[in-house]
Design a protein around this ligand. Structure first.
Ligand code: F0G
Length: 428
């Protein structure tokens, strides 16, 4: 078997086609484990470089370009892809200066088909659902997972079922899940409770769960790292900085880096910095105790994407931090929204949670953790259009508890050339 499922805690193995998210013996999280020794001879930088720019699926996808590291034993015909990935890695010199580092690149995962990095996990997750013969898939979501799953399920001819907290989901995301035809259920419970409910109900009804507790999701999300390092011509940055919510991305990044290193595709590992919102910081708190203590928290933050108090992938994120000598930081909602405004003003744009990458970089430079001569890749996880209320609220300076440091005023004018001219000449 080239790939199998393996418990990260007790090591018990299961066949790759088992419908399982956690270990039957000990409850530990499962990894998709590939036989890296068998892949070593063929998985070379040149293989992936040759596929850059090819027109046909699956290798045209920025996920399936790395198929050997994602699902090596899978028949191409099973793959459900929308040519996701292939996202820009923007050099951001002005933001590098603001954060206090020599070089900052922003990897814009909002440029995926449904506007977030979740598409990279959904192409692999829905592909696995299809390979297993599933007709219904479900997730709990703060928004982006639901938008992505709804789209990929529809594209694959499956029913998507999404659970979210009522009134807490950003408008762009809710409209996507509805438009793509998912069965949408608003529940008066937070993400963490909805996550438990979806697992309970899915098991009882034979529905496949596509939250990031599903290890096949993480296999696709590893490609964010593969693609970034390939875009850097296989040079490794000093730091990769990303927001942390349910900690799927952080876990996937750790696994991706570990595998690249084991295969000799990179000769050193970047350090991972996971950034949480102050009001949704269970990983940060555990980090403060050297991971001796872990407690779920009640989550509150304007960055609704990461409003998560009990992340399912906590153990895998801790492993990723250990593999990469990683760090965890927290940032305030104020810092998140100001960093977002700066990213937006560069013409790059992102949703609030994504701005943790920039706010966190600055905080870690100030704390002396990231050095001024170091190179940082910040991950922008979602598109600026996802959460228009947060953006407009900020620029109107109408967000509770936040004072916009970088507002862009919206002018109101009478329909006369004189009035408009006065505004443009700064007298408005
Ligand atoms: N950024 C955005 C825009 C997200 O949507 C999420 C997660 C994260 C960061 C955090 O990533 O969970 O892998 O640590 N959103 C999930 C959702 C939980 O339901 O859409 P993570």
């Amino acid at each position: 078997m080239i790939s199998l499922l393996k418990c990260m805690d007790c090591g018990r193995e299961y066949p790759i086609n088992a419908v399982l998210y956690t270990c039957k013996t000990c409850g530990g999280l499962l990894d998709v484990q590939h036989d890296l020794d068998a892949l070593r001879a063929t998985v070379l930088r040149e293989l992936f470089d040759r596929r850059l720019g090819v027109p046909d699926a699956p290798h045209s996808s920025g996920v399936w370009r790395y198929k050997e590291l994602i699902a090596p034993g899978l028949a191409d015909a099973q793959i459900v892809t929308r040519s996701e990935g292939n996202t820009n890695l923007y050099p951001a010199p002005a933001l590098a200066a603001w954060a206090g580092v020599r070089a900052l690149y922003l990897k814009h995962e909002g440029e995926n088909p449904t506007g977030s990095f979740k598409d990279r996990g959904m192409t692999s997750g829905v592909t696995q659902a299809r390979a297993l013969g599933m007709s219904r898939v479900a997730c709990a979501s703060t928004g982006n997972t639901s938008a992505s799953m709804a789209a990929y399920a529809a594209y694959a001819g499956m029913e998507g079922i999404v659970f979210f907290q009522d009134r807490q989901i950003a408008l762009g995301k809710l409209s996507q899940a509805i438009a793509y035809g998912a069965t949408c259920v608003q529940i008066s419970a937070d993400f963490d409770r909805n996550m438990a409910l979806v697992r309970e109900i899915a098991d009882a009804l034979g529905i496949y769960v596509l939250n990031s507790v599903n290890p096949f999701r993480l296999e696709g999300q590893k490609s964010i790292i593969f693609e970034t390092i390939q875009q850097l011509r296989w040079r490794v940055p000093d730091w990769v900085v990303c927001p942390g919510g349910n900690l799927g991305n952080s876990s996937a990044f750790g696994k991706a880096l570990h595998e690249l290193h084991q295969l000799g595709l990179i000769d050193r590992l970047p350090r991972l910095a996971i950034i949480q919102a102050e009001g949704a910081n269970p990983l940060y708190r555990a980090y403060q105790s050297g991971f001796a203590r872990y407690e779920a928290v009640h989550a509150e933050t304007i960055a609704t994407a990461i409003k998560i108090g009990n992340p399912v992938n906590y153990p895998k994120a801790v492993r990723a931090l250990r593999w990469t000598e990683g760090v965890v930081a927290q940032v305030s909602d104020q810092a998140i929204m100001d960093a977002k405004a700066l990213i937006d003003r560069q013409g790059i744009g992102c949703e609030p949670a994504s701005a943790c990458s920039l706010a966190g970089t600055r905080a870690l430079v100030e704390a002396g953790v990231i050095g001024p001569q170091e190179t940082v890749v910040g991950i922008l996880t979602g598109h600026v259009l996802k959460d228009p209320d947060a953006t407009i609220g900020y620029h109107r300076d109408a967000l509770a508890g936040i004072q916009a440091a970088y507002p862009n005023r919206l002018y109101q004018a009478e329909p006369s050339a004189a009035a408009i001219t006065a505004i443009l000449q700064g007298a408005g």
